[in-house]
Design a protein around this ligand. Structure first.
Ligand code: FES
Length: 632
């Protein structure tokens, strides 16, 4: 009897495989999460694995695999786990790529971890201060400054007003031991009597148009203690940035209202993360904020009016440092808020943070980063310089403004396949519960399979003549039923409507066109791109093949794609932990060339061509052309 040994690379688990046992079943026995939307029938193509060694111990590839995997992928060792069975003795080394790994995808929501050595803006020092004597009467401040110099080699410091108020009593309590907090090595901001061993904390905040995320960080250890997120309350004033800018322009009090709503959420996230970590908000001495330029202005209370008028110039491009209490944040009253520098009116500090986290500015070969959100930022490196632009992609890819759209949380349909013979769907929900709706990656998956199975044509129109009850019309709008009401938790059918399809088409066309314009500027071909970083919550969950089938980004091998989650949040954390990272961010903002798409005719041309699925010029998508022709 055959006894092959199956080893999962990077997971350090192995199992003996009996003849004819497939890798998906073995992975299930070992509790290794591999996406399997069709339940192992070889139909969805979601259970992709890469065989690194011992391919000869497996049976040959079967026809179903050739429908889902390209020739190149097969050549690189890709197989479908449900179709690859043990056939001969030996050791098989298998890797689960990110798009198939269920658990890994969950973890990546937090964003890529780029290691930086802790070198924070704030630091605490224990100082022993001599009390003044009659024969040597010094001021308390002089005694403290002398002690800091003698004991820690720190000279030339100033003492902030709050610290001065604390000093006289602190110096006389607790046997002259003081814990002194410094900001930027030269300003004493806080003084506590005794040996305060509580960690020194910072808060990194990513202000998204739709969502705000906060990370509480022990800045000395460089460790994230807690994270929390919340919808951006400004949504009530408009889904998109332009509506909010118009609202702010109408009246001064509207600007205050917009600013106040965001500050209130950041304060809530501060309290939530502190509660989760069992610490107090007064221990938070440093705050780093990233966001697109409009969010940056609204957060700081700067009128964003001119961002919406040609030439779309921001009020300030360089970093801004403010006192937290000046803008109403309830951290330690002496905490500073560092707002990331921005690149231009529509490419903000979030893109700078993305670049910092992915290290795109250090790439030696052409690399692309796409941060997908309501506004999508695209940054391209040709290996020597960076160019960036931004396009409005709408909230559809985040599950908003979709008939049954919802955030990527429990009950959201996130993976879909459609049998191209009987047009019946299969799906997987987050948490494995009955479906409540569809998240952005689910809608994209649905549309990719609707295209592959002929339910939508290349113009994105739902074809009503296919003779399945799943395609119907509601109030005159065609739709495809993904889940009947009996299977859902909400008691109504969950559908993908013609309007949903259009919203996704517009979004993907904008993203592709923005990418194509940058590639033209830097003279980069799809085959030149060695690495594509997909960022943002949507970018974490998306099936890269579905996005490619729809023509969202250039046709490049899937193994060059790296999911980096919320890399803007990761960049903000790096700048919280390291002064050097802050300096790098400032350099990135200065050095990145901005490409304005509003004035770019090439963008309009590319956009019009990209509205078709996958694209008007199919020759630009050879891999997709191959997949679509195989599906007939
Ligand atoms: S689970 Fe393998 S193709 Fe669907």
């Amino acid at each position: 009897m055959t006894r092959a040994t199956l080893v999962f690379n990077g997971i350090d688990k192995k199992i003996d495989l009996e003849s004819q046992t497939n890798i998906l079943d073995a992975a299930r026995q070992m509790e290794i999460g591999i996406s399997a939307v069709c339940g192992g029938r070889g139909l969805c193509g979601k259970c992709r694995i890469v065989v690194r060694k011992g391919a000869e111990c497996l049976g040959p590839t079967i026809g179903l695999e050739r429908l889902s995997l390209s020739e190149d992928e097969l050549g690189e060792g890709y197989r479908l786990a449900c179709c690859a069975t043990a056939a001969r003795d030996g050791t098989i080394l298998v890797e689960v790529p990110p798009e198939s790994a269920i658990e890994q995808q969950r973890l990546q929501v937090a964003g890529i971890e780029t290691i930086v050595s802790p070198d924070p803006m704030v630091e605490k020092h224990l100082v022993v201060v001599s009390l003044p004597q009659l024969d040597d009467v010094k001021s308390d401040a002089e005694s403290l400054i002398t002690a800091l110099s003698n004991q820690h080699g720190i000279g030339k410091v100033s003492i902030g007003h709050d610290a001065l108020l604390q000093l006289p009593h602190a110096i006389r309590d607790q046997k002259n031991y003081l814990m002194v907090t410094l900001y930027g090595e030269d300003k004493i901001v806080w003084i506590e009597p005794g040996e305060d061993l509580t960690p020194l904390l910072g808060l990194a905040v990513d202000l998204g148009t739709t969502k705000i995320a906060a990370y509480l960080v022990d800045v000395k250890e460089g460790r994230t203690l807690a994270t929390a997120s919340s919808p951006n309350p400004q949504i009530q004033f408009g889904d998109d940035i332009i509506s909010r800018i118009s609202y702010a322009r109408e009246d001064k009090k509207n600007l205050k209202q917009l600013q106040g709503s965001v500050i209130a959420v950041v304060n809530k996230l501060l309290q939530d993360t502190c509660r989760e970590a069992g610490v107090e908000a007064r221990q938070v001495f440093d705050i780093v904020v990233v966001g697109n330029t409009a969010m940056h202005h609204l957060f700081l209370g700067i009128n964003p009016e001119f961002l919406a008028m040609s030439p779309f110039s921001p009020a300030v491009r360089s970093e801004v440092v403010t006192g937290s209490k000046d803008i109403g944040l309830t951290a330690n009253p002496t905490a500073f808020v560092y707002s990331f520098p921005v690149i231009a009116g529509f490419v903000g500090g979030d893109a700078v943070a993305d670049i910092l986290a992915t290290q795109l500015h250090k790439a030696e070969s052409p690399s692309l980063m796409i941060d997908i959100g309501t506004n999508t930022e695209v940054v391209l490196s040709d290996g020597t310089k960076l160019a960036a632009c931004s396009c409005a992609s709408g909230p559809a890819l985040e599950g908003a403004c979709i008939e049954h759209g919802m955030r990527a949380e429990t009950g959201a349909i996130e993976r879909i396949y459609i049998d191209h013979e009987n047009l019946e769907p299969g799906y997987v929900t987050i948490g494995g519960t009955p479906p409540r709706g569809i998240c952005g990656s689910g809608v994209l998956d649905a549309l990719a399979f609707m295209l592959k199975s002929g339910i939508v044509d290349k113009r994105g129109r739902i074809v009503r003549t296919l003779g399945t009850p799943r395609i119907r019309s509601a109030n005159g709008i065609p739709e495809y039923v993904l889940a009947w009401k009996e299977e859902t938790e909400i008691g109504v059918d969950i559908t993908v409507t013609q309007k949903d399809v259009q919203a996704i088409q517009l979004a993907k066309a904008a993203i592709f066109a923005a990418t194509a314009v940058l590639m033209r500027k830097l003279k980069i071909k799809p085959s030149d791109i060695r690495r594509l970083f997909l960022a943002g919550a949507f970018g974490t969950y998306v099936d890269p093949q579905s996005a490619l089938v729809l023509g969202m980004y250039p046709d490049i091998p899937l193994n060059r794609i790296r999911f980096v989650g919320n890399s803007a949040g990761s960049g903000a954390r790096m700048a919280l932990i390291s002064k050097k990272a802050r300096t790098e961010a400032e350099q990135i903002a200065r050095d990145t060339d901005y490409v304005e798409l509003a004035a770019d005719r090439a963008f309009r041309e590319e956009f019009a061509k990209a509205l078709l699925l996958p694209h008007t010029e199919l020759e630009r998508f050879p891999t997709i052309a191959q997949i679509l022709s195989r599906k007939g």
